[in-house]
Design a binder for this molecule. Structure first.
Ligand SMILES: Cc1ncc(COP(=O)(O)O)c(C=O)c1O
Length: 493
């Protein structure tokens, strides 16, 4: 188990402001997140909870004082939007309210108060291309005046099918609007083709809002994940969950031969980064084949490894592959591909009369605008050359963070996958989801994010991830290295 600095004792930490705004008539009340009971416990290098909390208070005040316009907009928004935001997880940003965006371009954006930010969150991968890449914008502008959606194929779909074949090595492709849907459709097909009821996921995975995937392991037993709202059925009925890199557990779960598919990120990216152990992917493929289970590799985030994702870097052989988020440069679009053998089986089992009611679809899926955006993005933005720029920047970001961790001897670590990097509050790199999750420290994480935001840097709100775009600059990275160092220095003095 990776040692971690502060056990997270603040699981009940709430952001009062958002609860207050549930009552639309009540004015939004600005007050700082409650930090729970202070701990006097000190870590060996001098970090303590009292200090963290007083730094957090100082940073919250700075955040609020410097953003009068965002605050005013947020107060207005709170009268018509739940929590004052268009999407509930936007409440998770570390400030007392989210900075409202005026404009984003490339690797930067401005908020309504005129602050400029280096964006390492990049729409949590949706804008890994950089914001509004010109090739995508041009293609979208041209398509806008030629029809947005018509439920008939456009020729861009063929270019895409052929390009996806080359990138990922799978011969047949279909389109969806989100990676969540692409995962759901792949799962449905896997169930349909195998006639098996269950799926298997890895502990602390995230694959979008796929009902079956909201499950975790607790003391060896599978349980609905905390925060899972109104699940249609108990996910332990639909899903088996094992730790990433745990081959014996995987074998035990598959040998009952009731698992239609394994849905896996090839490296976990949603609980920090967890790399596969040597031999894990070989075992995963061998065991899935041995027990008649199909393998869905979800490359939505691991596309950061290169133009063909982790699959191409490591020559994986999935039955299905899913890719979404940045594929359209931020314009909604996603794809899922499968083998020739599966394509034949699917075709044989599809009835023409019922093919529009099979639980796979979406009126706007495969629309002309998405297709045009995806084509331009793959052709001109997420290119081999772009990755050759992005990956060294990520190495630079990692080196900057590592230097501070070493110099201040904080028991943290930093890990990288292609153009994605992440620091964790654990001295050792985690070997599975549980270790990565145990290293999380919501309070410390929020401080690091807020400190960075107050100095013009945006990290993903969910953990400590930074992503490089094709237009991120070395000076952006160096700015983060400096701000990270300053934050750690303040924590440990
Ligand atoms: C690995 C992975 N797959 C799928 C998704 C779902 O993407 P979307 O929310 O665009 O449907 C996510 C979202 O974070 C993800 O991380």
């Amino acid at each position: 188990m990776a040692a971690h600095f502060f056990p997270n004792t603040f699981s009940t930490c709430s952001r009062g402001i958002f609860f207050d705004t549930l009552n639309a008539d009540a004015p939004a009340v600005l007050h700082f997140p409650i930090m729970g009971m202070a701990r006097s416990r000190e870590a060996p290098c001098g970090l303590n909870r009292h200090r963290l909390q007083s730094l957090m208070q100082r940073e919250q005040k700075k955040f609020i004082d410097q953003r009068p316009k965002s605050r005013a907009v947020f107060e207005r928004a709170s009268k018509s939007l739940l929590g004052g935001v268009p999407m509930n997880w936007m409440t998770k940003w570390a400030g007392a309210f989210p900075p409202f965006v005026r404009e984003a371009q490339g690797a930067h954006f401005y908020d309504v108060d005129g602050h400029r930010y280096v964006d390492f969150c990049l729409g949590d991968t949706g804008a890994m291309t950089g914001h509004s890449p010109s090739a995508t914008v041009t293609a979208v502008e041209q398509q806008l005046s030629r029809g947005i959606t018509h439920m008939l194929p456009s020729e861009d779909s063929i270019w895409l099918g052929e390009e996806l074949q080359k990138r990922f090595g799978l011969p047949f492709w279909q389109f969806a609007l989100t990676a969540t849907d692409a995962n759901r459709f792949s799962i449905r097909l896997a169930r349909h083709l195998t006639g098996r009821p269950k799926i298997l996921v890895f502990n602390w995975c995230y694959h979008g809002t796929v009902d079956e995937s909201f499950i975790t392991l607790q003391n060896g037993a599978s349980r609905a994940r905390r925060g899972n709202l109104g699940p249609p059925v108990d996910p332990s009925i639909t899903t088996k969950v094992v730790e990433f890199n745990d081959v014996p557990a995987l074998e035990a779960a598959l040998q009952t031969r009731d698992v239609a598919c394994v849905l896996a990120e090839p490296a976990l990216t949603n609980v920090g980064i967890v790399h596969p152990a040597p031999g894990f992917h070989e075992a995963l493929r061998e065991l899935t084949r041995k027990h008649g289970t199909l393998l869905i590799i979800d490359e939505t985030h691991t596309i950061c490894a290169g133009p063909g994702g982790f699959t191409r870097v490591k020559n994986l052989q999935p039955d299905f592959l899913v890719f979404g988020k940045p594929i359209g440069g931020g314009v909604p679009g996603a794809v899922y591909g499968f083998t020739k053998q599966l394509a034949k089986l699917i075709s044989e089992r599809l009835s023409l009369e019922d093919c529009d009611t099979g639980g796979i679809g979406g009126t706007l899926a495969g629309n002309a605008l998405s297709l045009a955006a995806m084509r331009a993005t793959l052709q001109k933005v997420l290119t081999k050359e772009a990755f050759a720029r992005m990956i060294p920047l990520s190495e630079r970001w990692t080196a900057g963070v590592r230097e501070t961790i070493t110099d201040f001897t904080v028991p943290w670590s930093v890990t990288r996958l292609g153009c994605r990097a992440e620091y964790l509050f654990a001295a050792e790199e985690p070997r599975n989801g549980a270790e990565a999750h145990d290293a999380m420290d919501f309070e410390l994480e929020r401080f690091m994010h807020l400190y960075a935001m107050n100095r013009g840097i945006l990290l993903t709100p969910f953990h400590n991830m930074a992503l490089m775009s094709p237009v991120t600059e070395a000076e952006d990275v160096d700015r983060h290295s400096k701000v990270f160092r300053d934050a750690v220095r303040e924590l440990v003095v």
